[in-house]
Design a protein around this ligand. Sequence first.
Ligand SMILES: C[S@@+](CC[C@H](N)C(=O)[O-])C[C@H]1O[C@@H](n2cnc3c(N)ncnc32)[C@H](O)[C@@H]1O
Length: 283
Amino acid sequence: MSNEEQIAYWNGDAGRKWAQRDAMMSRMLAPVAEALMNHAEVDAARAVLDVGCGGGSETLMLAKRLGPEACVLGVDVSAPLLEIAREGLLSLGDAGKGVAFLEADASSHDFGEARFDLLFSRFGVMFFDDATAAFTHLRNAMLPGGRLAFACWQSLSNNPWTALPLKAALSVLPPPPPPKPRSPGPFAFAESDYVETLLGDAGWKNIAVTPHKVSMNWEGSGGFDATARELVNTGPVGRLLVDVDDKTREAVHAAAADILAPYYQNVQLSLPGAVWLVTAENA
Ligand SMILES: C[S@@+](CC[C@H](N)C(=O)[O-])C[C@H]1O[C@@H](n2cnc3c(N)ncnc32)[C@H](O)[C@@H]1O
């Protein structure tokens, strides 16, 4: 299992752009982390692995919530995002004593003997070339009875914050080749049955996949146009715009502005989204 394409993606331009937007993204996504922590009742955890921790905001949330006796290891393949995570850790002072960050592919890194009692992830586990092998490998790093709690996106149609910018882009651009279903990416785990099957095949027990609605609130200091551009340039639609010329890019932004205008109020673009909160045990 190589995950080469994703490792290059998260260390290239996209990873650097994510790093620039990390503060805004972490504010916007904090309610998802909190909902997952409450839903999974994580408070008793003492050794946590945060997979695909990115800029580390939820790793630090976990450290604050679990207290100084807990160890939290954030693992990610992205050097630019881990740089942000390490800066955040410095600002946490003593409360961050139990936190460490590691640059590694979580699906194959040797974590040593089984030692974690909680595997946590907010949107960091949908990018493995072989998801069943990855979750088997990760389970082997867990203590008996160790728990899994992750959040992943439901289908594109349940996530207008991506579906609407995509609709705007496809009114200008030719449709890209349809992605292989379940291939690595933000919507790889859209089907709850598939998530249950792959976790079961990876040896996890007591699997539960629970729907949860979120509001994606994009902040922008430059008014509606700048905020709409932020939204369009992030995520799957941003990937479609990487190689287009300026005229085409502007046409996509104009189409997106028409579609997104009704969602702008109080200097925010607020669009609905939907995630799965997934829990399981290493029984
Ligand atoms: C959508 S971001 C989520 C980041 C963070 N958890 C958050 O919610 O802000 C996905 C993260 O998964 C990481 N990632 C992708 N494949 C990975 C792998 N094989 N091992 C570890 N991290 C990985 C990416 O580098 C990226 O930081």
